[in-house]
Design a protein around this ligand. Sequence first.
Ligand code: HEC
Length: 129
Amino acid sequence: MPTKQFLTLATASFTAAVLLSGCGKEAPKALTYQADIKPILDQHCVECHKEGGSGTEKSGLLMDTYAATMRGTRFGPVVIPGQSINSTLYRLISNKADPSLRMPHDKAPLPDETVSKIKDWIDQGAKEQ
Ligand code: HEC
């Protein structure tokens, strides 16, 4: 019966629309280096990625300021604004790299919500403030 078929279809697409909009959450809070990311790096990364730290000695990556973090290693940037997936910094904390390279080095991985905060920050453009 065509009417019934139409109704079923209409219901299905309505449900899909509700599900899709539900997934999008509300507009995510804009994340900034100063407010959201610096405290994470200070707590988990800076002890090795500071002047004289093992991470800085080996890779050149300093993470004590925004400018230094964005400058990256001696080979280039580790944060590509808008592209978490191409950002070494994100890849190394999210299990997308060889375990021997995972950051923080020789320590427990960061909690999932911290990792996704860093991912969202990069995807939102890696803003300073
Ligand atoms: C216990 C010390 C230590 C801690 C803590 C640490 N790192 Fe590292 N990091 C290193 C060392 C050592 C290297 C040099 C690469 C190597 O030889 O493994 C490095 C290299 C890196 C690199 C460059 C990789 C490359 O060569 O392209 C990135 C990016 C990085 N760390 C990110 C982080 C982040 C983000 C954190 C905090 C979540 C962190 N690190 C915490 C020691 C550390």
